[in-house]
Design a protein around this ligand. Structure first.
Ligand code: ZN
Ligand code: ZN
Ligand code: FE
Length: 760
C-alpha cells in the first residue's frame, strides 16, 4: 500500500454557486480520496485523506479542471495526519467571518435550453429552468454563504424530483440553488386590464399576440422589468417613446437568435462572440441598410444595440413563429430617471400608463440589475463597456495591491460605487443618474446590500471633489454619522487611475493620461473635461488642457449645444450675431452675448465633450439634445470613413486651442464640404492632437504609457484613430476593458487613488 496522507485545502475566488463542490466530489471519487468539502463564507474548504500521488493530482486539478463559471484565485494547502475518513461527502456550509465573491447572473446554458424545448423532459417549457452552469445569482442572493435559504428561492420547497437532482453529485443540478420545475418552482402569469391569465401557455400566447399587433407590454425579467414592443413597427416604437417620455435615446433590441441578428446588423467575429457569451450584454452593432427595424429605435444613428435572449422566459417569448416578430424592443421598465422596477406591485402601479399588459412571475428580485451595454473596437475586437451591469457585475476587479476596507461613492451621472477589500474592488452594477430621489434611495440600499454581501465595513469613504454631487453629500453625511475619515479625489485623476487599476499598473507607474469627458470639477473650481495629465496613482500634474471657454446659460448649454457653438465663435472673434441672425436662436443672441462677455451664468469650462457638442451644432446636425452625449454620438455616426484630412489644434504653453479647428470648419461649411467629411476631419484632428501632445510630453518627461479615459472615449471612431496613431509612434496604450470609460468607472479610480494616498 502506498503512502497515506491528509490535507486541509482552502480555495478562494468565485467558487460558490458554480458547481465547485460537486466538481471536488467527483474528483475525489475518481482519485479514490476520502473526507469532505463544504462552502464557507470565505470560499470552499475541504479535508481529504488518501494516497500521496492522488492528493497531488487533486491539488493540480482544482485549478486546471475547475467548472466553467469558477474563478479560482488561491489554493491554500496544509498538511495534516490522515483522519481515517471512510467516504467522501459534501457537508453543510460553515458560516465564518470571511467573504467570497459571488457570480454574476448567467444566461441559460445549452443543456438547459435543450431541455426547455424537449417535450420528453420534465423541464419542458419551464420558464425558470437553470442549473449549476447558468441562471440567476447576484439578483437573487440575500446573503452569504450562497445557499438556497439565503436566496429569494427560499420560499419554494423542492419537489422530490428536484430534490433528487439537487442531492445527486453526478447531476448537473447538484446544489444548484435556484433549481426548480413546473411542480415546485416560480410560475408566470399575465395581466391584461382586469383579466388575469393564470395558464402559462395562454399567458405567453396573449403577450406574443399583443406584441405582434403593435402593443406595448411589460415583462418581468431577471434583474427587473422590461418594456417591450415590435422593433419593426414604427408606430409602436414611437408610442413607447411618447409614453416613456424618452424622445431620442436609443432603445435596446432583443433578437430571437444569431440568424435574426445577421439579417439586421453587420457583425465581426469578436462582436458575435460577446453577443453569444453567457454574459449576454447589449452589443452596439452596425445596422444594415435594408434592416426593417424602425428608424425610431435609434434615431440619427447607424448602430443598433442588440442582445440575445438570456433567460428561458425570453427564449419562450421570442420562439420562432411567422406570426410573431423576432426583434423586440426591450428597454428598462422604469419611470423617467428612476431605477429599473423589480416588483410586480410597483410595476402595475407605475407602468400601467405605458404597458397594455404585464407578464409577471413570482420569483422575487433581491438586487435589481440592468442590462449591460458594450461596444467592441472594430480592428482589434477589444471590449469597451459602456454600462457594466448584468453578467459582469458584481465580479470583482482584481487589484494589484491589498486594499483596506473602503467605500468609493463614485460620481453623479452613470453612477457606480465601489467597495474594496483585500485584493478585490467590487464595482457596483450601474446605478444611473443620482438626480432623482428614487435613484438616490436605490443607491443607498444597494450600498448597504453590497457592504453586507461582500463583508466590507469601510474604514474610509472616498468621494469626488465636486461639493454638490449627491454622492459627495452622501459620503460626507455617512462619514459624519459613522465617524469615518473621507478623501476627496479630482474627477479626471480618478478617470485615469481607474484605467491604470484595471490594467494592474504598479504603484510607481506614471502615465500620460487623456481625460476627455463632459464635466468634472477642477481644482480651480472651473468645469474641466479636456485634461492631459502626467499622472500616477498618488498625484497628477495638469500638463495641458483645452482652452477655457464659457458655457452660456450654464447647464442649459449641455442641453442646447448651439450655445456652445456660439461660445466658440465668440471666442475666436467671429461676428456670429450678424452671420447667424436668420437662425431660430437669434432672439436669444443679446442675452447670450451678455453672458459671454460678463461671465454671469456662463462658467468657464475646458470640456472636450462640449467641444464635440459645439461642432455638431455648428455643422447643423443638432442644436438641442434630449440625452447626454447625443450630439457627439450623432456626429460620430456621420463620419465618412475614408476621409484622410484632419483639422489642426493650436498647441501652446500648457494649453491647446480649438480656435483654428472652428475657423477651418467655418471655411469648409462655406466651401460646401459635406458634413460627413467635416465630422471625419474633426475626429482625425482630435486623434492627431492626442498623438502630438503625447509626443511632446514624452520628449519632456520620458513617459511612454498613454491612458485614454473619460466619456469621450466611448467614441470608437476616435478611439481607433488615436490608438493607431499612438501605437505607430511607439506608445503603449491603455483603454478601458473592464469598467466604462464614462463616469461608471470613476468609483474604481477613487479606490485606487485612496489606497496609494494612504500607503506611501
Ligand atoms: Zn443550465
Ligand atoms: Zn421540482
Ligand atoms: Fe467624467
Amino acid at each position: 500500500m502506498s503512502e497515506q496522507a491528509g490535507l486541509r485545502i482552502e480555495v478562494t475566488g468565485i467558487v460558490q454557486g458554480v458547481g465547485f463542490r460537486p466538481f471536488v466530489y467527483n474528483l475525489a471519487q475518481r482519485l479514490n480520496l476520502r473526507g469532505w468539502v463544504r462552502n464557507t463564507s470565505g470560499g470552499v474548504e475541504m479535508e481529504v485523506d488518501g494516497d500521496r500521488a492522488a492528493l497531488d493530482t487533486l491539488i493540480d486539478s482544482l485549478k486546471r479542471e475547475a467548472p466553467p463559471l469558477a474563478r479560482v484565485e488561491r489554493v491554500n494547502v496544509t498538511d495534516r495526519s490522515p483522519n481515517g475518513f471512510t467516504k467522501f461527502e459534501i457537508r453543510a456550509s460553515q458560516e465564518s467571518s470571511g467573504f467570497q465573491p459571488i457570480s454574476p447572473d448567467i444566461a441559460t446554458c445549452p443543456d438547459c435550453l435543450r431541455e426547455l424545448f424537449d417535450p420528453n423532459d420534465r423541464h419542458y417549457r419551464y420558464p425558470f429552468v437553470n442549473c449549476t452552469h447558468c441562471g440567476p445569482r447576484y439578483s437573487i442572493i440575500r446573503d452569504l454563504p450562497y445557499d438556497r435559504p439565503h436566496t429569494t428561492m427560499a420560499g419554494f420547497a423542492m419537489c422530490p424530483d428536484c430534490a433528487r437532482e439537487y442531492g445527486d453529485p453526478a447531476d448537473r443540478r447538484y446544489h444548484a440553488q435556484p433549481v426548480s420545475c413546473p411542480h415546485c418552482g416560480p410560475r408566470v402569469w399575465a395581466v391584461t386590464g382586469d383579466q388575469i391569465i393564470e395558464d402559462q401557455e395562454e399567458a405567453l400566447r396573449a403577450i406574443r399576440k399583443l406584441v405582434a399587433s403593435g402593443e406595448i407590454v411589460a415583462i418581468k425579467g431577471l434583474g427587473g422589468f422590461h418594456l417591450a414592443c415590435d422593433a419593426a413597427n414604427p408606430n409602436a416604437v414611437a408610442e413607447l417613446r411618447r409614453r416613456k417620455n424618452r424622445p431620442d435615446k436609443p432603445l435596446a433590441v432583443m433578437m430571437a437568435d444569431v440568424a435574426a441578428v445577421t439579417r439586421h446588423c453587420e457583425m465581426s467575429g469578436a462582436e458575435q462572440a460577446e453577443l453569444e457569451s453567457n454574459r449576454r450584454p447589449v452589443v452596439l452593432l452596425r445596422k444594415k441598410l435594408d434592416s426593417n427595424v424602425a428608424e425610431e429605435v435609434a434615431p440619427g444613428q447607424c448602430t443598433l444595440g442588440v442582445m440575445l435572449p438570456y433567460t428561458p422566459l425570453h427564449h419562450l417569448l421570442l420562439e420562432r413563429d411567422d406570426a410573431v416578430p423576432y426583434a423586440w424592443v426591450m428597454t428598462s421598465g422604469n419611470a423617467s430617471n428612476e431605477p429599473i422596477i423589480a416588483e410586480n406591485k410597483e410595476a402595475l402601479a407605475k407602468l400601467g400608463h405605458i404597458a397594455r399588459a404585464f407578464l409577471l412571475h413570482d420569483r422575487p428580485i433581491q438586487a435589481r440589475i440592468d442590462d449591460s451595454v458594450v461596444r467592441l473596437e472594430l480592428e482589434c475586437g477589444r471590449l469597451s463597456p459602456l454600462r457594466r451591469a448584468r453578467g459582469y457585475a458584481p465580479e470583482p476587479i482584481r487589484l494589484a495591491w491589498q486594499s483596506s476596507p473602503m467605500l468609493a461613492v463614485g460620481a453623479e451621472l452613470k453612477n457606480t460605487f465601489c467597495l474594496a477589500r483585500d485584493q478585490y474592488a467590487f464595482v457596483s452594477p450601474h446605478i444611473g443618474d443620482l438626480k432623482s430621489y428614487e435613484t438616490q434611495q436605490a443607491y443607498k440600499q444597494s450600498i448597504a446590500h453590497c457592504e453586507g454581501l461582500f463583508r466590507v465595513i469601510p474604514e474610509l469613504i472616498v468621494h469626488d471633489l465636486h461639493p454638490d454631487y449627491q454622492s459627495t453629500r452622501y459620503a460626507l453625511e455617512r462619514a459624519e454619522r459613522n465617524g469615518l475619515p473621507t478623501l476627496a479625489v479630482q474627477h479626471h485623476h480618478a478617470h485615469i487611475a481607474a484605467c491604470m487599476a484595471e490594467h494592474g499598473l504598479p504603484a510607481d507607474a506614471r502615465v500620460i493620461g487623456f481625460a476627455f469627458d463632459g464635466t468634472g470639477y477642477g481644482t480651480d473650481g472651473a468645469i474641466w473635461g479636456g485634461e492631459v495629465l502626467a499622472a500616477g496613482y498618488k498625484d497628477f500634474e495638469r500638463t495641458f488642457h483645452l482652452d477655457y471657454v464659457r458655457m452660456p446659460g450654464g447647464d442649459l448649454a449641455i442641453r442646447e449645444p448651439w450655445r456652445m457653438a456660439f461660445a466658440w465663435l465668440h471666442k475666436i472673434g467671429y461676428d456670429w450675431q450678424s452671420s447667424f441672425r436668420k437662425t431660430e436662436h437669434a432672439g436669444k443672441f443679446e442675452s447670450l452675448r451678455q453672458q459671454l462677455e460678463t461671465g454671469i451664468n456662463a462658467p468657464l469650462n475646458t470640456s472636450m465633450g462640449r467641444l464635440f457638442d459645439a461642432v455638431a451644432a455648428l455643422v447643423g446636425l443638432r442644436g438641442e439634445v434630449t440625452y447626454e452625449g447625443q450630439a457627439a454620438i450623432e456626429l460620430e455616426n456621420r463620419v465618412s470613413p475614408c476621409e484622410p484630412a484632419a483639422y489642426t489644434f493650436e498647441i501652446g504653453d500648457g494649453v491647446f486651442s480649438a480656435g483654428p479647428v472652428i475657423r477651418a470648419i467655418l471655411a469648409d461649411l462655406k466651401a460646401g464640404v459635406r458634413i460627413g467629411q467635416i465630422a471625419a476631419r474633426f475626429h482625425n484632428g482630435v486623434a492627431q492632437l492626442v498623438v502630438d501632445l503625447a509626443s511632446e510630453i514624452r520628449l519632456q518627461d520620458g513617459l511612454n504609457d498613454v491612458v485614454l479615459s473619460g466619456g469621450v472615449w466611448q467614441n470608437m471612431t476616435l478611439l481607433a484613430a488615436a490608438r493607431s496613431g499612438l501605437e505607430t509612434e511607439g506608445f503603449r496604450v491603455f483603454t478601458h476593458q473592464q469598467v466604462p470609460a464614462n463616469d461608471g468607472g470613476i468609483s474604481l479610480g477613487q479606490i485606487a487613488i485612496a489606497h496609494h494616498a494612504l500607503n506611501g
